[in-house]
Design a binder for this molecule. Sequence first.
Ligand code: COI
Length: 329
Amino acid sequence: MKICFYALREYDELQFCRQMRDKYGIDFTYTTAYPDEKNYALAAGCDGMSCTPCDMSRKVLEAFRNVGVKYILLRSVGYDHVDLEAARELGLKVDTVIYPPTGVADYAIMLMLASVRRFAHILKRAELQDYSLRNKLGRDFSVCTVGVMGTGRIGTTVIQHLSGFGCRILAYDVRENETARKFARYVDRDTLFRESDIITLHMNANDDNYHIISRDAIGKMKQGAYIINTARGKLVDSEALIAGIESGKLGGAALDVVEFENGLYYYDLMGEVMVNPKLAILRSFPNVILSPHTAFYTAEDVSDMVEGNFRSCYEFGTGKKLHGVEFQR
Ligand code: COI
């Protein structure tokens, strides 16, 4: 069996590919480029192709099917970028990966703390020798109410870890779970909007939650609330967010993901014209923290992502389920 890796990072992922090739007896080839018509043929002779989030629409899936690929292996938990219906019609098997939820969960908590303590602003000003206190007043995190939207693996870990800070924790999800219920009170969406000082998003993007943080939702929020997004850009209506920050209704936001980030994030575009105007506006606000979708980026998560693709390829190819630990923790 063989996998063709696209957008493979030679400086961190390649070493894990080599290890997993030996562990699973599955060969691989790779390119550092994202899939496009110039390089679909590279996957000819491979059972699977692997990619990080990028255009996986019907025409791309068709192109891979046409060169003989059978498995679409995602180096991500999220799969909102894949046309699953097309994949099914084309007879392609698709699989995501699982990695420990702690990396993203702790990053979200870091963004919460940085937001309420105005930490990014304080650091930026200190670099310019502005050591004054004006406009740097923070909030005590432990007296904040945090609303966690989405209580899957990551959201539940956020709740567990937050419990150590003494925050009041509210949770919202269509499916409730016992672990989250130990530390948080499940409420309906409007109650969470109304009562939270900080709202943090931990849901997969789908048609039902597109722009769940809308103008209407922001209107229901507490004066000075903060939005934290480490999930998917599509969950937040950027225009509504900008309006909420400009009007002073929102205290700020920390966004590891933004709408239309594909084609920007993970590229070095230094010195180039910014082609995402809403991102440019958000960047200009002192109370907005932006990071380029790096919440997942730990050695542990990267290793598990690569291994996950080899595991899926093995399971698809042999029809055997691999039991045992999902990741070494
Ligand atoms: C995911 O795993 O879904 C992520 O968001 C991280 C990915 C962009 C590498």
